[in-house]
Design a protein around this ligand. Structure first.
Ligand SMILES: Nc1ncnc2c1ncn2[C@@H]1O[C@H](COP(=O)(O)OP(=O)(O)OP(=O)(O)O)[C@@H](O)[C@H]1O
Ligand SMILES: [Mg+2]
Length: 406
C-alpha cells in the first residue's frame, strides 16, 4: 500500500497540527501515516513548526521520535526548543524520544533507514520527525539514493500508521529537490524575506495530495508560542462560507452559493448626496475601495461619513485602525456637522472598533492578518454574508499595498 493509498483509507482520522490555522491551510490537518516535507531556507522556522506539531501530538498522548541528522545536535535542538511554550520537559524520554542519526549516517542511507524503522517499531511511534534532511543527501553518492530513502521510509512508516515529518534546508521551489518532493504527500514551503526594513515570514502549501489546501502565500509569525499562520482573508472567507467543518473534511472548494450582494445593483452610500451621485448611488457592495490622499485631506472624515451612513441604515460597521480609540474618532468628527451623530454612533454596539498592533508584529502582513481575528465577535465570512461595512485604516502606505493584494 502506497502512502497515498493509506491516506485515502484514513481520511476520517485527521490529526490536528496544533499550529494556529495550519490545519485550515492544509485542507483539514495532517492525515495519519502521511509524509510531510517542510522546506525552507535556514532560519525560516522549519524546526520550530515541525517540533510544535510533534509536541502537540505528544501532549495528546501520541508517541513521537525526533531524529536529528547533520544540521543540529540533539542537545542543541532541545535547548533551542526549550524557549517555546509548546515545549514540555516532562515529555522527553517518555512520549518524546530524541535520537541522533549522526553515528549511523556514515554507513549510508539504507542503514539509516533501517535504524529509523527499527526505532519506530520499537516505540510504536505515531510520529517520526526527521530534522535536517538536506545534509543527509550527500551521505550517498548515488543520486537516486535520497529519493529512494524518502520513498521507502515514507511507505514503510505509513504501513505502521506512523506520520513522517521531514524538514529540509531548501528553497521550496529548488528544482534539484523535485525527485525527493514527488514522494511527499504534503509539502509546506516556508519563506523568509525582507520587506523594506522588516522581516516577513510566509508559508505556502506547495502540495497536498489528498486534500484541498488554501492556495497562495499566507503570513506566518514566530513567537515564543511557536508558529502561527494567518491565512489570506479571501481564502478564509471562501472556507467559512463553504462551512468550516465540511471544508475541513476535504469538501469541494468551489465558490459556494451565498447571498453576496450584487455590486452592479447594491450600493453602500456615504449619505453625501453629491458624492453618492458621482458614484452612481454609492460604493458597489461587497467590493474594496482604496481612499487615497495626502495628509489632512479628509480621508478619515469621509470614512466616518461612510461608517455613519452604515449605522443609520442599521448595518454593522467595523473600524480597523492602528491609532484611534472611540474617543479619538469622536474628537476627529466633533468640529463637523456629523460630530454629534458620530459620537452617538460610536456608543452603539453596531459599531465595532478594533485596534491593531503596529509595532508588536514582525511584519506588515502579520499586522494586517491580525485584523481578521481582532474584530469583536466578528468573522470575515459573517461580515460579507451580512453586508457589513469594514473600514480599515492601514498604519502606512506599504501596509495598504499589502492589504489591497488580499
Ligand atoms: N521566541 C521567538 N520569537 C520570535 N522568533 C523566534 C523565537 N525563537 C526563535 N525565533 C526565530 O526562529 C528562527 C529559527 O527558527 P528554526 O530554527 O525553526 O528555523 P529552521 O528553518 O529550522 O532553521 P535551520 O535551517 O537553520 O535549521 C530564528 O532565526 C529566530 O528568528
Ligand atoms: Mg532547523
Amino acid at each position: 500500500m502506497s502512502p497515498s493509498d493509506a491516506l485515502v483509507s484514513q481520511r476520517e482520522r485527521l490529526d490536528t497540527t496544533g499550529v494556529l490555522h495550519l490545519d485550515e491551510i492544509m485542507g483539514g490537518g495532517l492525515p495519519r501515516g502521511s509524509l510531510l516535507l517542510v522546506m525552507g531556507l535556514p532560519g525560516s522556522g522549519k524546526t520550530t513548526l515541525a517540533s510544535q506539531i510533534a509536541f502537540t501530538a505528544a501532549r495528546a498522548g501520541k508517541r513521537v521520535v525526533v531524529l536529528t541528522a547533520l544540521s543540529e545536535s540533539t542537545g542543541k535542538l532541545i535547548e533551542h526548543l526549550r524557549a517555546f511554550t509548546f515545549f514540555d520537559q516532562d515529555l522527553i524520554g517518555g512520549p518524546v524520544q530524541f535520537l541522533s542519526l549522526q553515528g549511523v549516517l556514515s554507513q549510508g542511507l539504507q542503514a539509516t533507514s533501517k535504524v529509523i524503522l527499527d526505532e519506530a517499531r520499537r516505540v510504536r511511534a505515531d510520529i517520526i520527525l526527521l530534522d535536517g534532511f538536506r545534509g543527509m543527501r550527500s551521505v550517498d553518492t548515488e543520486p537516486q539514493a535520497a529519493r529512494e530513502f524518502l520513498y521507502e521510509l515514507g511507505t514503510a512508516l505509513s504501513t505502521l500508521q506512523t506520520t513522517t515529518i521531514v524538514t529540509s534546508e531548501t528553497d521550496p521551489r529548488d528544482p534539484t529537490f523535485f525527485p525527493e518532493t514527488t514522494t511527499a504527500d504534503f509539502i509546506l514551503g516556508l519563506h523568509y524575506t525582507l520587506l523594506g526594513v522588516r522581516q516577513v515570514r510566509a508559508i505556502e502549501v506547495v502540495k497536498a495530495r489528498t486534500s484541498a489546501p488554501m492556495p497562495g502565500l499566507h503570513a506566518m509569525v514566530l513567537s515564543q508560542d511557536g508558529a502561527s499562520i494567518f491565512p489570506q482573508l479571501e481564502e478564509r472567507i471562501a472556507l467559512e462560507l463553504l462551512g468550516g467543518e465540511a471544508a475541513m473534511q476535504g469538501g469541494s472548494r468551489e465558490t459556494p452559493e451565498v447571498a453576496i450582494p450584487d455590486p452592479a445593483v447594491a450600493r453602500a452610500t456615504f449619505d453625501l448626496p453629491e458624492l453618492d451621485a458621482m458614484l452612481a448611488g454609492g460604493l458597489p457592495r461587497a467590493t474594496c475601495t482604496l481612499l487615497a490622499g495626502s495628509l489632512g485631506t479628509g480621508k478619515t472624515l469621509l470614512a466616518l461619513n461612510f461608517a455613519l451612513a452604515g449605522i443609520r441604515a442599521s448595518e454593522r460597521v467595523v473600524f480597523l485602525g492602528f491609532r484611534e480609540s472611540r474617543a479619538q474618532l469622536a474628537l476627529a468628527a466633533k468640529a463637523f456637522d456629523i460630530g454629534p451623530d458620530i459620537a452617538r454612533a460610536l456608543r452603539s454596539t453596531s459599531w465595532g472598533i478594533a485596534s491593531l498592533p503596529s509595532s508588536t508584529e514582525p511584519g506588515h502582513s502579520g499586522s494586517l492578518s491580525t485584523a481578521s481575528r481582532s474584530w469583536s465577535g466578528a468573522s470575515c465570512g459573517a461580515a460579507i454574508r451580512s453586508g457589513w461595512r469594514i473600514i480599515w485604516r492601514p498604519c502606512c502606505w506599504q501596509c495598504a499595498r499589502v492589504g489591497s493584494r488580499r
